[in-house]
Design a protein around this ligand. Structure first.
Ligand SMILES: [Zn+2]
Ligand SMILES: [Zn+2]
Length: 83
């Protein structure tokens, strides 16, 4: 079998080729460093700190807003108001 060089993968965000020396691996795909941005607010993200529910990438804030822990924030602290 002849050796075929693997073509550079395409960035899932912008669709352009990502060369090996600039790629960041995330979700088993190769991304441009600059393309790892929150889908909610477009902020640049540290690949190590990405929240990636359902294939999306989100910063901490947008992640909580969109996928916030359900049932949290209700019914806590209410009830006993001393003072
Ligand atoms: Zn890109
Ligand atoms: Zn965000």
């Amino acid at each position: 079998m002849p050796f075929k060089p693997t073509p550079s993968p395409n960035c899932p965000k912008c669709g352009k080729q990502v060369y090996f020396n600039e790629q960041i691996k995330l979700q088993e795909k190769a991304w441009h460093k600059d393309c790892i941005r929150c889908q909610g607010c477009n902020k640049r993200l540290d690949p190590a700190a990405v929240n990636d529910p359902e294939g999306g990438i989100y910063c901490q804030v947008c992640y909580r807003r969109n996928f916030g822990i359900k049932g949290y924030g209700y019914g806590i602290g209410a009830g006993c108001m001393a003072e």
